[in-house]
Design a protein around this ligand. Sequence first.
Ligand code: ZN
Ligand code: ZN
Length: 167
Amino acid sequence: MNVTYDCPHCGRATRTEFDEQSSHLTCLHCGGEKAIPTGAVQSAGMTRCVVCPSEELFLRKDFPQHVGVTIVVVGLAASCIPWYFHNWYGTFAILFTTALVDVVLYLVMGDMLQCYRCHAQYRGTPNLGQHEAFSLETHERHRQQQARLPKGPPAAGTLAGKDGQGA
Ligand SMILES: [Zn+2]
Ligand SMILES: [Zn+2]
């Protein structure tokens, strides 16, 4: 199994293989290490994110959203051609095919796990069925927590001497 996450040392997206015995994730770019919390990875599945380490992970399709959107946009654009020539049957056929391609791709793609908090993506982890699908409520809770974090009051000294320039 592997995890794709933003390295806390160099800030770049990296992908690292790990298993139940792994104690660290090592960044491909800078070699920076991140300790895996004990018990996070079990043969029965993931109990928490190994990066942040939130316990809230959701199940999603391993299907980049922009690919789906691109297919729809291309389909819509293509359907304008027969529409221009008043070929309603052709217009409908193209739109229908576009929707069908999207649905088939969605069904064919595998599942993966994603962390609500740090957006780390997990592929190949065991027992995916125990995880729940995306919940907007949980997502919103994490988003609001995150929005509050960088905007602390600029008083009482900086937290642990950080300069807060993470990007
Ligand atoms: Zn790094
Ligand atoms: Zn996380």
